[in-house]
Design a binder for this molecule. Structure first.
Ligand SMILES: NC(=O)c1ccc[n+]([C@@H]2O[C@H](COP(=O)([O-])OP(=O)(O)OC[C@H]3O[C@@H](n4cnc5c(N)ncnc54)[C@H](OP(=O)(O)O)[C@@H]3O)[C@@H](O)[C@H]2O)c1
Length: 292
């Protein structure tokens, strides 16, 4: 099969990294609000502006591009229409042209009450609207295309520009933000370059169904903030902690993902965040903030 790899959300954190990692295949990518020309890398990409809520537009675009595979990263945390309906529209359009579909999902489909890392056979039970939209999308996408691969991942860090968890941590460490970080919220953060490399491998495999692809370290948000600050050359001493319990928030506590199955399938190593962000002298934030 010929045809390009189509990345939805090509202007996003993960999408732009997918376009940056050369794989010797033609690339197409969608954007919505962010003009792609301003981003680094991603040369030789056929860009199209697309709103995934417009199912007809999605179908026409995919028919024109005729991708051999689609990696669906586009979403908006606060919009069910984008996250759920958009995912269904993309799955239908990909199915109609027989394209391989790799759909991105989240650790937040779980309620965080299990007490140990979640495997692919654990039942979703989302706590919030975003997790619910993603959990429903998983079910609907599988119905549309039983051959689709649904990749659940965790907090995505690393790369440039720095991720939200890194920016938040640096701002707090420098006393520019009152944000405090939960000691009782556990995740399995993944480096964006590891995740992108893993996805590009998975595009070529026959795997279908759910697969967990996250970093090997389970870590709480407070320690993660410290790791992020250090990675950007900032002293983490000023970072303050809190607990979900004290905050009274209805928030999933322990959504660590077990990625053993993925590790058996992939050459890409899914580094733990302590290693992946270990020391990054000269990183974008460190330079901007004037740290060596
Ligand atoms: N980030 C995390 O920590 C995390 C954790 C777990 C799972 N995930 C999953 O990983 C995937 C990628 O996350 P990310 O952090 O790379 O996302 P991101 O940086 O927020 O990028 C989101 C992308 O979606 C596009 N988009 C938004 N609304 C759209 C619409 N109506 N039509 C078409 N495109 C639209 C955006 O395009 P414009 O900017 O051009 O508008 C952007 O390219 C998501 O599916 C997410 O659920 C992320």
């Amino acid at each position: 099969v010929t045809g390009p790899l189509l990345v939805t959300g090509g202007t996003g954190h993960l999408g732009s990294e997918l376009l940056r990692q050369p794989r010797g295949m033609p690339l197409a990518a969608t954007w919505n609000r962010t003009e792609p020309e301003r981003r680094e890398g991603a040369q030789g990409v056929e860009w199209l502006r697309l709103d995934v809520r417009d199912a007809d537009g999605v179908r026409r675009a995919v028919e024109r591009i005729r991708p051999r595979a689609v990696v669906h990263t586009a979403y908006r945390q606060d919009s069910r229409e984008v996250t759920f309906d958009g995912a269904v529209a993309v799955a239908r359009a990909a199915r109609a042209v027989d394209a391989r579909l790799v759909h991105l999902s989240t650790d937040l489909v779980f309620d965080g009450e299990k007490g140990s890392p979640y495997t692919e056979s654990d039942e979703p039970n989302p706590v919030g609207d975003y997790g619910r939209a993603k959990a429903d999308a998983e079910v609907a996408v599988r119905e549309v295309d039983p051959g689709a691969l649904l990749v659940r991942t965790s907090l995505i860090v690393g790369g440039a520009p720095p991720s939200r968890p890194e920016r938040d941590a640096v701002a707090a460490a420098e006393g520019r933000s009152p944000m405090r970080f939960f000691r009782d919220e556990l995740r399995s953060p993944v480096h964006v370059s590891d995740l992108a490399a893993a996805l590009l491998e998975l595009v070529e495999l026959d795997e279908a169904g759910i697969l967990h692809v996250a970093g090997v370290d389970g870590i709480d948000r407070y320690e993660l903030a410290q790791v992020c600050a250090r990675a950007h050359g900032v002293d983490p001493a000023g970072i303050e902690s809190a607990t979900i319990a004290e905050s009274g928030l209805d928030r999933a506590r322990d959504c660590r993902l077990a990625s053993d199955r993925a590790r058996g399938l992939l050459h890409t190593r899914l580094r733990g965040v302590r290693e992946a962000l270990g020391a990054a002298p000269g990183s974008a934030l460190a330079e901007r903030e004037g740290h060596p």
